[in-house]
Write a protein that binds this ligand. Sequence first.
Ligand code: PAF
Length: 290
Amino acid sequence: MIETDDITESVVSSIAQMKEISTSFRKQNLTTGFVPTMGCLHEGHLTLVRNSLQTCDRTVVSIFVNPTQFGPNEDLDTYPRELKNDIEKLEALGVDAIFFPDIKEMYPAGHNTTVQVQGITQYLCGKSRPELFKGVTTVVLKLFNIVRPDHAFFGEKDWQQLAVIEAMVQDLNLDVVINRVAIVREPDGLALSSRNKYLSPDERQTALSLSRSLQEAQSEIRRGTTSAEIIIRSMRNLFLDQKGVQVDYIFICDPESFKEKEQIRGRTLIALAVKVGPSRLIDNCIVEEF
Ligand code: PAF
């Protein structure tokens, strides 16, 4: 529930006003950095924002829980919303505008256009969440058209999302530089995610198996194992007999084409998605084996 008291001066809700602000940055020859988010900001998001503040003259952050990227039985209604906290964090960092659009203005009745990257979206999260990437590319293109950034910043935890956005930018000749920012982890290895909020203390402990399985895979590869099947089996074993855990996928593939690899040679992505209690969590790492 959003209280109007939460809205401060740096928050821009109307698309027209956001466009005016971005036009005025352009007229002053100021570069704009943009960090799109769904709110409930953690250190991972704030790292993206700091990167933007360092790279660009002006920084805009959007907070919009985008309904079109959630499937019918997913967590749209329960997705954590913490607008007041988010605004405080962003104002403390010194962002220039927080774009918090209204759902009815983003998707008015009769909104019938979508953007869809083919090919790489058929793997990993695109396979288990068929609505996801069409929703992401549609909203990100809309946000790019409104904010008109020179640079946009995305985290590598969503490795496939980043690749899909890069493909859209290249295929549609968009004038925006996509900046990749490394995964931010808790000291015990858990990758930061807004969905970690849903975890009970026990589930949080179980969730550590994601990063641990990646670390163990890397050690096994360093010891000479090259078979993807063997690595996946060892990773899966870590989740066996864990209560409330459901492995969605563990996938070893080329980090750009997402084609599955049988042998770990060259630059390789190891990615996994696991449901722990109520949260579907993802993590990944890159290994370089030549
Ligand atoms: O990564 C996210 O939080 C979302 O997918 C994004 C890029 C803000 C689009 O809604």
